[in-house]
Design a protein around this ligand. Sequence first.
Ligand code: 13P
Length: 249
Amino acid sequence: MRQTLVAGNWKMNGSRSKNQQLVNAIKSGLREGTTTEVAVCPPAIYIPQVMALLQDSGIHWGGQNLSQYTEGAYTGEISASMLLDYACRYVIVGHSERRSLYGEDDALVAEKFVVAQRAGLVPILCVGELLEERESGETEAVIGKQLDAVIEAAGVPAIGEAVIAYEPVWAIGTGKTASPEQAQEVHAYIREKLAAQDAAVAEKVRILYGGSVKPDNAAELFAMPDIDGGLIGGASLDAESFLSICHAG
Ligand code: 13P
């Protein structure tokens, strides 16, 4: 049985006072006995603050990005070991905003995945197609290629130790959610693709859905057989919305 995971990707949002309110509200609002695993990924500068607030809470935290290098003259970058130094469990790798706005290609994403995992972080590997790719019937080919780059660099067993997030680019921040059936179709494709190489890995890996997940669509999405939770953007900035998504698992 895969444990549902709901992770908040705060992107470049927050402030010390807002974070404190948000994290405290999540901590106190999370229902006792909830079986869903919960994580938040704040901007890197706020990770120490979030660590202090969440220590011993059972809620995990993680980074939104990392450098492919371990240390050295890379101005502005943050390494895997720095994230670990602040007890991050997760790091998002290959988010579509990193791919499209910062030129991260499949090869670089694969490199970051390997570096994160080797250091002891759990990568949340994001994959997803653009609207024009979906409309021209290329969804599976695009996602297959994004996955293959990581499988080639890290090997299939490594995927079993990571988390995958399917985030159709056209659904991110647009209010347009993939329907549960549309999302399930892609999640099943990912799992079948992995199963063709290693059935145990396919069965084990958690595949999250991301893209305009809100309190009113989370339960329906999470009920699909191959959807194991969500990677939440906008709705993770509001405690009430985020908690209601966490409780939909
Ligand atoms: P939204 O939930 O704001 O659409 O963002 C999704 C996302 O990109 C999470 O990583």
